[in-house]
Design a protein around this ligand. Structure first.
Ligand SMILES: [Zn+2]
Length: 110
């Protein structure tokens, strides 16, 4: 996944990574702890982070939004590691546009 789409300045920032790289980083950093916590508790952490993202969206503070999106991505990657799901494989479903209509942009009825 190219996080710098439409924002070339992001391509030059250090630390930008592909989705698979993020998942691997989460594995090397947290996998032992994730295994000890288990998938159910990790899922609950993810939902807590999604709640924090909801609050950040209401506040509208961009730096806080970036922080909370990062946390949601990190917990999603941890959960994917526990569930033995490859996030790049999962994201591939959307690689060619809408998986229902095949459009980019989507042409599905609202
Ligand atoms: Zn569609």
């Amino acid at each position: 996944m190219d996080l710098g789409i439409g924002r070339p300045e992001l391509d030059t920032l250090p630390g930008i990574m592909e989705l698979g790289d993020l998942q691997q980083r989460m594995r090397s950093t947290y996998f032992e702890r994730d295994v000890a916590r288990g998938a159910d508790a990790t899922f609950r952490w993810l939902t807590e982070e999604v709640g924090e993202l909801a609050r950040a969206l209401r506040k509208g503070d961009h730096a806080n939004l970036v922080h909370e999106f990062g946390d949601v991505l990190a917990w999603l990657a941890s959960l994917a590691n526990l569930a033995d799901v490859d996030l790049e494989e999962a994201a591939a479903r959307y690689a060619s546009g809408c998986p229902k209509c095949g459009g980019d942009p989507c042409r599905c009825p609202l």
